[in-house]
Design a protein around this ligand. Structure first.
Ligand code: NAD
Length: 261
């Protein structure tokens, strides 16, 4: 039986944890050849081991890189093209939340750190991958924004600025590259239970973080956290050829919370 990602090459940043890992597992099950990028080498090895369980045939290239470093981004794109000859899907996803603080206390250093990874990192990735996809005449990019990229959340100056920026980059490039058969879209996840959200709850609640988590999801219409695999299904669809005409769209996956008054 043919699968959605047979003969397709998918490149994923932040592939060593959370949403990147979930998307990697999903597309690997559906036949993709993978190139996984992360700062955290151990995380990459963990994802590779999990892929081996669900898709033993899948080819997986692991690349340790900092997405905030332009040369390292160029290198992970070059290495992927060298190995596979093309890039069909790019999940441009690595990011951090940063420390939570009021704007006046946020600090320029923390602000710059978050923006460098979440916004500059996404831009560098698009810059090199779009060139490859334009030459191919096909491809799909999914950038990871956030509910914090379409709504105000509070205490997250760096995160809010960077994720709103990701939405801007998505729309801008989508308009430029649609004519080459390349689509660019973004997802805006709400709170999905990954190591990042666990860390965030620990910032708010310390040892009491699980209780804080229950209160945190109380305003959500579905009264729960999202699961990484739910995001994995969405990303796989958006990266697949079934979603080629979805371009410039920013898709919330948040149980409806961002639409609530
Ligand atoms: N989990 C959520 O609720 C949620 C909600 C909205 C948006 N997001 C976004 O989803 C993306 C993935 O988050 P997650 O929840 O899976 O977090 P996570 O911490 O589980 O995974 C993020 C991965 O990115 C990697 N990473 C961080 N900085 C990097 C860098 N400079 N270079 C290369 N790799 C780097 C980390 O090592 C980690 O493996 C992020 O962009 C995050 O902002 C997450």
């Amino acid at each position: 039986m043919t699968k959605r990602f047979d003969d397709q090459v998918v490149l994923i940043t932040g592939g060593g944890s959370g949403l990147g890992q979930a998307a990697a597992l999903q597309v690997a099950k559906e036949g993709a050849k993978l190139s996984l990028v992360d700062l955290n080498e151990k995380g990459l090895e963990e994802t590779k081991a999990k892929i081996a369980e669900v898709a033993p045939e899948a080819e997986v290239l692991l690349l340790t890189a900092n997405v905030a470093n332009e040369d390292e981004v160029k290198n992970y794109v070059d290495q992927t093209v060298e190995k596979y000859g093309r890039i069909d899907g790019f999940f441009n996803n690595a990011g951090i939340e940063g420390k939570q603080n009021l704007t006046e206390d946020f600090g320029a250093e923390e602000f710059n750190k978050v923006v460098n990874i979440n916004l500059n990192g996404v831009f560098y990735g698009m810059q090199y991958v779009l060139k490859v996809m334009k030459e191919q005449g096909s491809g799909s990019i999914v950038n990871t924004a956030s509910v914090g990229g379409i709504r105000g959340v509070g205490n997250q100056s760096g995160y809010a600025a960077s994720k709103h920026g990701v939405v801007g980059l998505t729309r801008n490039s989508a308009i430029e590259y649609g004519q080459y058969g390349v689509s660019v879209k973004a997802i805006a996840p709400g709170a999905i239970m990954t190591p990042m959200v666990e860390g965030s709850l620990k910032q708010m609640g310390g040892d009491n973080w699980e209780e804080v988590g229950k209160e945190f999801v109380e305003p959500n219409p579905m009264k729960r956290f999202g699961k990484p695999e739910e995001v994995g299904y969405l990303v796989a669809f958006l990266l697949s050829n079934q979603a080629n005409f979805i371009n410039a769209a920013v898709i919330p996956i948040d149980g409806g919370q961002s639409y609530k008054y």
